[in-house]
Design a protein around this ligand. Structure first.
Ligand SMILES: CC(C)(COP(=O)(O)OP(=O)(O)OC[C@H]1O[C@@H](n2cnc3c(N)ncnc32)[C@H](O)[C@@H]1OP(=O)(O)O)[C@@H](O)C(=O)NCCC(=O)NCCS
Length: 455
């Protein structure tokens, strides 16, 4: 199931959104600058903006169905079916499109565009994930003011119920942080606006409003959840408080104990931005949607996604990568020759294992998310020995995988790099890495969930 493809609007022959014409059907009064849309008048809140966009989107879908409803989207082969729906175009996903050659585009913006165009913190260089969330939901680049309002809203909603705190505190430290994460998110369901509204019999057309509130609450509470897990498992169990006037990544860094390192906070901003969304066919995204299609609320849906993300062929690969690199270092030293590294990679393959961090179901070139992290490393930690080893692998592993001849994509994916950056800044607990991936993934899948209920 993880290989099914999702489609964007242009697949149905709608006017293509391009950089010079980003919103061809747009009728609202806006100004354009640099190929993206900015508001002309009073900044709207995110919820107000969604409300405005819904009728437009509904019309668009009606039109697509009327004009293209019977159009075939391609052949389905037996191989595709036995391959777990591999390559079958099966669903629409609003927020992102994954091009096999170009990598991910968030609402028509590549990662390099996001790094350039999304609002940053004062003096910062990386995009704020709040801006990315706004982009994923609306297709628009928010103003700095709108992003600050979102940071403040998320901080204001961040408190978690005491019974959820106790639940996390009662978990044995030996329970994997991802299992604790999933457990805590399920428990938050106690306060689901959507579940309560559904029980009260609200009408279908207002479902999205409750899903929106749940999604905003859930995203807001994640720092307190994961901070508590981290503090319990690896530290003294005391969780610092969220600061109401700081951005999401700063607060996440703070609960983990890294807020004084501004480069680490910047890394988190980049990390949360690039891991957020990767089309709809991957395990975590598809699971969120699948579970929510039964009208399970966002908490139930996202906790299911976390269980998928915890698999070693999905999010857990970042943990596996660091382990594999440490084993490599332990067995051949910190500065091995290319020949020795090549032999180590071959040994992994000969023992029937995959080389973690390499390969992808859809991508057919180096993951731009890998390149964004490499760019960050070249700027902030060019002489780190572990980064140098990662760079050496970047040249050797693809050669070996090509020679091995099985892997369709021999290039590195996002997970080949993330752990090494976290190690550098002192977040050394590998079992925690996928938890950070999960925080980021919430942004992408919940943005989609709001639209699923609205449409
Ligand atoms: C991501 C991944 C699951 C995609 O799987 P996929 O779509 O089946 O990939 P392919 O079509 O290229 O697989 C063809 C063969 O190459 C193998 N292969 C793929 N990536 C490989 C890797 N990194 N190392 C060794 N073998 C690999 C597959 O296991 C498969 O072997 P099989 O025919 O014996 O089953 C796979 O590349 C992988 O396991 N990578 C390592 C884990 C990882 O980094 N996951 C994070 C993904 S973002």
């Amino acid at each position: 199931m993880s290989f099914m493809r999702t489609l964007s609007r242009s697949s149905f022959g709608l006017p293509k959104i391009t950089k010079s014409n980003p919103f061809p059907r747009q009728v609202l009064p806006v100004t354009y600058a640099g190929g993206v849309r900015y508001y002309a008048a009073r900044p709207k809140t995110l919820k107000e903006r969604i409300e405005e966009l819904i009728p437009e989107k509904q019309e668009e879908i009606k039109l697509v169905k009327k004009e293209h409803g019977t159009k075939s989207m391609g052949n389905i082969t037996v191989d595709m079916i036995y391959g777990g729906m591999r390559g079958i175009k099966g669903l629409v996903w609003e927020g992102s499109v994954l091009d096999p050659e170009e990598g991910i585009e968030f609402r028509n913006l590549r990662i390099s565009d996001c790094r350039e165009k999304l609002p940053r913190s004062k003096g910062g260089e990386e995009p704020l994930p709040e801006g990315l969330f706004w982009l994923l939901v609306t297709g628009e680049i928010p103003t700095e003011e709108q992003v600050q309002a979102l940071s403040a809203d998320w901080a204001a909603r961040s408190t978690i119920p005491s019974f959820v705190e106790e639940l996390i505190d009662r978990c044995p430290n030996t329970l994997h942080p991802m299992s604790q994460f999933s457990l805590a998110v399920t428990a938050l369901q106690h306060d689901s606006n959507f579940a309560k509204a559904y029980q009260a019999g609200v009408e279908k057309k207002s479902y999205w409003q409750y899903v929106y509130e749940d999604s905003m609450d859930l995203i807001s509470k994640l720092p307190n959840i994961v901070g508590r897990i981290y503090r319990n498992v690896y530290k003294d169990g005391k969780v610092p408080s969220i600061e109401p006037n700081k951005d999401y990544s700063y607060n996440l860094a703070k609960v983990l104990g890294f807020e004084d390192n501004k480069d680490f906070v910047e890394l988190l901003r980049l990390y949360l931005t690039i891991h957020s969304d990767h089309e709809g066919g991957n395990v975590s995204a598809h699971t969120t949607r699948l579970v929510s299609s039964a009208l399970s609320d966002p908490y139930l849906s996202f906790s299911a996604a976390l269980n998928g993300l915890a698999g070693p062929l999905h999010g857990l690969a970042n943990q596996e990568v660091v382990r594999w690199i440490f084993n490599l270092r332990d067995s051949v030293g910190e500065s091995p020759s290319d020949e020795v590294v090549r032999e180590y990679v071959w040994n992994t393959l000969k023992s029937g294992k995959v080389v973690p961090g390499y390969g992808h179901a859809v991508l057919r070139k180096t993951d731009p998310r890998y390149m964004a992290q490499r760019d960050f490393a070249l700027k902030h930690l060019p002489n780190d020995p572990l980064f140098k080893l990662v760079s050496q692998l970047y040249t050797i592993v693809p050669e070996v995988l090509l020679e091995h001849g099985k892997t369709k994509n021999p290039w590195p994916n996002v997970d080949a790099h993330s752990g090494v950056l976290l190690q550098y800044y002192g977040l050394t607990e590998q079992n925690f890495y996928t938890v950070l991936f999960g925080v980021s993934r919430a942004l992408g899948v919940l943005a989609q969930l709001i639209w699923d209920r609205a449409l």
